[in-house]
Write a protein that binds this ligand. Sequence first.
Ligand SMILES: [Fe+2]
Length: 253
Amino acid sequence: MTLSKTGQNLVQITDTHIYGDPAARLAGTDTRKTFIEVLDLICSSHSSYHLVLTGDISMDGSEASYRWIFEQLKSLNQTYSILPGNHDSIEPWGSIFSEVSSDFPTFASVEPWKFVYLNTQVQNEEYGQVCSESLKFLRSHTTAEDASFLVIFMHHPPFSVGSKWIDKIGLKSGRDEFLRIIQHPKIKLVVSGHVHQESQIEIGTVKLVTSPSTCVQFKPYSDVFALGNSNPGYRLITLWGNGEFSTEVVRLT
Ligand SMILES: [Fe+2]
């Protein structure tokens, strides 16, 4: 696929935290309901896009949660990609999300852009890592002799958001090397979830962003766990053929 002059829309949703049991709630929130509300908002705002789910898709890693999510995604009739967060269990993915890769790291080309999907999960831990295989993969795509611009998707953000308890469960290893590798003109944008809030920084010419959850939000700059009062939402990213892009967060009203 080649990008048109009018731009290609990517939509990121993250931290959907769906339970296998429809009656379960996360801090009192029906995560299935807010997920559908966010999807409805996306459907009413955009006719064509590629959807990326950046982890903590399930709250309990259950097959039932993934089957329910699959049905919602199928009904959108759009292409999508998924990658795992600390709450996810990749094992059932192959038989449920059979059209998308559940082998990581992986990538997709939408010329002249490349989307790189990393798995930052550490089994049974809330914190994450950028493993040596991911670093090697990223290095090879950065130095490859093609004209691609890269967007990297990963659950745990490679930067601190200024909230002690959240930053403690960030990337425990591989972060410094990751930040060295992305200092390259090809890398344009790094998109993460995990922190249930919108944030952004720029390192050199690379923009790094996090996005709101489709369910509960965390209070920014809090030293201890606390919920925020902003609404669930998604991130829209529009990519152009010359390597430029724009991005914004859109929330339920
Ligand atoms: Fe997470």
